[in-house]
Ligand binder design. Structure first.
Ligand code: HEM
Length: 402
């Protein structure tokens, strides 16, 4: 209309809300959708036709409904959005449905045991302490993402899988390539196959000499082919590395920008469990939500969703829904009474690494603020480069000093 401000908070009908006005909050358009049009038809930026679901309850309904499939891969790159789907790559169970998904999920649940997670906790604390020591030796300002947040989950997953330390730089490079929105299809495929090849070789080594880690456990179960093992291994790396790293870095920035909350947390470490849940809810780094495909025609609250349509379940919008979080959902409140949030998804695909992610976040945040009581941003908050362009939200860089 010409006289609208460019950062209009109104939602443009028929589109997926984009563009943040606050670095910690989802696009404002989601508020309008939740209030006025919670299941809305859109054309996605890639041309796919579908729906955006924005209320907490509806997000859960979609994610729990087996008539929505998790596989969105087309047979050929660049195929039309309504072209037939390609089968998921071996072991990529995050894209599988039904019994095929269940087979992998059971095997993995058997490996992510309470015993193994407890055993891992001291190793996580040691990894955190080592990174902090290295950081303390540097002259500030330091990029907290590179110096602290990225290495921690990378090293923890290496520990979990039994990957040697020397190989982690290559992982970091490959996994960030696979997740970069502007990367070409070829770059992504290349990074993906390099990762698969590496884990394949590691699995062969574990078969000959099993150790106490997930990859050895999976090898010994004798249920998976080498290709499936490689797929599962790279899925764990992809799913567990940048997610946790961004929660640590963005969580740190968010606490620094909410000094009263940080002060309360420092004065009472018992608040840490609640603070981590609240940061997960408030920041919801899977910023564009979870995409599903209707496997048949589905009737959803009076809307007819046609077979083949893409449905975007917005986790970040659902996590700001006042019906579920009645007390100022748009504020960070580490004292908030716990209510189930959507940051780890919902339904059969709900994050299998969530306990590990919590262990890592707690260890990282408490040790960081202990070690550097005067930690602060080294640039104004509005100059921190944000990951608006990535599937996983966070910071590209977090300059801090102390
Ligand atoms: C699935 C978020 C850390 C492994 C998921 C899903 C979400 C999520 C939203 C659901 C995906 C879907 O339904 O399509 C997160 C966040 C993390 C985190 C926010 C950090 C704060 C981890 C870690 C690991 C991990 C540390 C493993 C080491 C997985 C796997 C799946 C998954 C394997 C697929 C499960 C399935 O399809 O059954 N995660 N995750 N995640 N996550 Fe995480």
């Amino acid at each position: 209309t010409g006289n609208q401000p460019t950062t209009s908070t109104r939602h443009t009908p028929g589109t997926q809300p984009m563009g943040r006005t606050c670095p910690f909050s989802p696009p404002e358009g989601y508020r309008t959708l939740r209030e006025e049009d919670p299941i809305t038809p859109v054309t996605f930026p890639d041309g796919a036709k579908g729906w955006v679901v924005s209320r907490y309850a509806d997000v859960r309904t979609v994610l729990a409904d087996p008539r929505f499939g998790a596989n969105r891969r087309r047979v050929r790159p660049g195929d039309a959005p309504d072209a037939p789907l390609a089968p998921p790559p071996p072991g990529m169970f995050i894209m599988m449905d039904g019994p095929e998904h269940t087979r992998f999920r059971r095997l993995l649940t058997g490996q992510f045991t309470v015993r193994r997670m407890q055993k891992l906790a001291p190793a996580v604390e040691q990894i955190v302490a080592d990174q902090l020591e290295a950081m303390a030796g540097a002259e500030g300002p330091v990029d907290l993402l590179q110096a602290f947040a990225l290495p921690i989950p990378s090293l923890v997953i290496c520990e979990l899988l039994g990957v040697p330390y020397e190989d982690r730089a290559e992982f970091q490079e490959n996994s960030s390539m696979v997740l970069r929105l502007e990367a070409s299809r070829d770059e992504v495929m290349q990074a993906q196959s390099a990762m698969n090849e590496y884990i394949h070789q590691l699995a062969v080594a574990k078969r000959a000499h099993p150790t106490d880690d997930i990859l050895s456990g999976l090898v010994q179960s004798e249920q998976l082919t080498d290709e499936e093992l490689a797929g599962v291994g790279s899925l764990l790396l992809l799913a567990g590395h940048e997610t946790t790293a961004n929660m640590i870095a963005l969580g740190t920035m968010c606490l620094l920008e909410n000094p009263e909350q940080l002060a309360a947390l420092r004065s009472d470490p018992a608040l840490m469990d609640g603070a981590v849940e609240e940061l997960l809810r408030y920041l919801t780094i899977i910023q564009y939500g979870l995409r599903r495909v209707a496997l048949e025609d589905v009737e959803l609250d009076g809307h007819r969703i046609e077979a083949g349509a893409t449905v975007l379940a917005s986790l970040s919008s659902g996590n700001r829904d006042a019906t579920q979080f009645p007390d100022s959902p748009d504020a960070l409140d580490i004292h908030r009474p716990y209510r189930t949030h959507l940051a780890f998804g919902h339904g059969v695909h709900q994050c299998i690494g969530q306990q590990l992610a919590r262990v890592e976040m707690k260890a990282a945040l408490s040790a960081l603020f202990d070690r550097f009581p005067t930690l602060r941003l080294a640039v104004p908050a509005d100059q921190v480069p944000m990951r608006d362009d990535m599937l996983i939200y966070g910071v590209h860089e977090l300059p801090v000093t102390w």
